[in-house]
Design a protein around this ligand. Sequence first.
Ligand code: F6P
Length: 567
Amino acid sequence: MLRTAQIDTATADLTSSPAWRALEKHFLQVKDLKMKDLFAENPRRFSEFSLHFEDILFDYSKNRITQETMQLLFNLAKARRIAEWRDKMFSGKKINNTEDRAALHTALRNRSNTPVYVDGVNVMPKVQAVLDKMEAFSQKVRRGEWRGYSGKKITDIVNIGIGGSDLGPKMVCHALTQYHHERLNIHFLSNVDSSHAESILRGKNELNPETTLFIVASKTFTTQETLRNAQTAKKWFLDWDTTEADIAKHFVAISTNKKEVEAFGINPDNMFEFWDWVGGRYSLWSAIGLSIVLAIGMPRFIELLEGAHAMDQHFQTMPFEKNIPVIMGLLGIWYNNFFDAESSAVLPYDYYLREFPAYLEQTDMESNGKSVDRQGRRIDYSTGSIVWGAEGNNGQHAFYQLIHQGTKLIPTDFIIGAITHAKCNQQHRNILVSNFLAQTEALMIGRSQTETRQQLKAAGVELKDVEEQIPHMVFDGNQPSNSILFKELNPRTLGSLIAMYEHKIFVQGIIWNLNSYDQWGVELGKHLTAKVLEELESGKTIYQHDSSTTGLLEQYRSFKQEKIVKS
Ligand code: F6P
């Protein structure tokens, strides 16, 4: 344990490093610069601060940066030895030092198939073997050869999982809806609130057990929520005219834990394996992507992997000055640590990317929401940004007010595709794209008092009639944004987009000297849940809690009691 931490004592003291100090000094010089002035002064600003990667344009010109800012940020990246750490990650070194594990999601999409070693063993043959198994299985289901207990074809697939075993595959399945197999409906069951299971298994849209396939997706196969939901699904299935033997046709598992899969009653032949060097939130590329493969087919899934692999190569080979994930990571550091921005928003102007912010919430915040460094020392600088967002234009009519006129600086990523799969008329797209462009422009240029007056006058408004409203109509502007414009949302582009964010998170973790691949912060809640559950199930008070927790527990019991008495 904690082995790799020792390699790198030089990366420990971030805020006293010369590269950091230089940025602090520079920040004082540029913090009040207005982006609109920078654009006016330099007609080449867009071309100087934008990059192309395949069918993706990454425009970062609407940021509060100069060439010098970027140079100083690149110096920081070099001082923190990003390239060295990147190479350690790709080559299977155990960069997850607190769990003594590699973080090798990149091997899952290593389409050049070059050997990657963990503990001296090349993992690529295993990766390929699981892909082959997924392909064979998915072909049977998709072609209608895999039949349910009564001989019918599968029509519905329910992925039971939570966190990384839910958010990644769910996001990709939604994003690639246009590529789905016609017969197959994909559902995601994650919440332990029984309302979620019920909404899928019972009621109006009740599934048919003869044609439903459950995928129990859990890296550990010990996750309370997933196992509870899986038990409920099993019971639901067995409540029909079925036998234990029929389970083999309707339940498959994805896990690293064969023993628990067998204990649950799933045939190990129906298990798709992955490994402890795949972090849950980085696992959609592994067998955890089975629901994706069933939905879109293996050739499309391979395109997704290829898109991610292409971004991996970009990240590995491009100099920092042309390296999109490095630049994204550095811009995040610039706002988080120098402008004290607490959050950053992801705003996809694409209905099918509506799950992307939720997916990034876990990937980013579970990775970099840490307050001790790799060596376990408490740190004195701000880390993981609060990531949030929603699809455009919906967000515009909800929270954009705060981004435009609130007191907080919120850097944003605007994401949009040029071509839509939807058979809608072009007017929809024109409106969507106009809003996308106008929002980034408005956030940047703002509107001064003078401009507000001029615009009102030009619109024929009597200024004396609106004098009191004018201060409310002023926009400070200077709100930074990245724009990510791609040609169309297809598997390859999506793969690249996801990998781009994964590597951005990696870059930030290295700069902050964090282990981005553990998640000890989820443990305490799990531990206390077990205690409270014991009390709820036994009806006894076993542990001492604070008065708030005790008060809530008692009220809960009393509400439940009243319900029982009444009914
Ligand atoms: O509790 C957090 C977490 O461990 C996540 O990191 C993970 O994605 C999720 O739970 C689900 O874990 P599993 O796949 O083992 O069920």
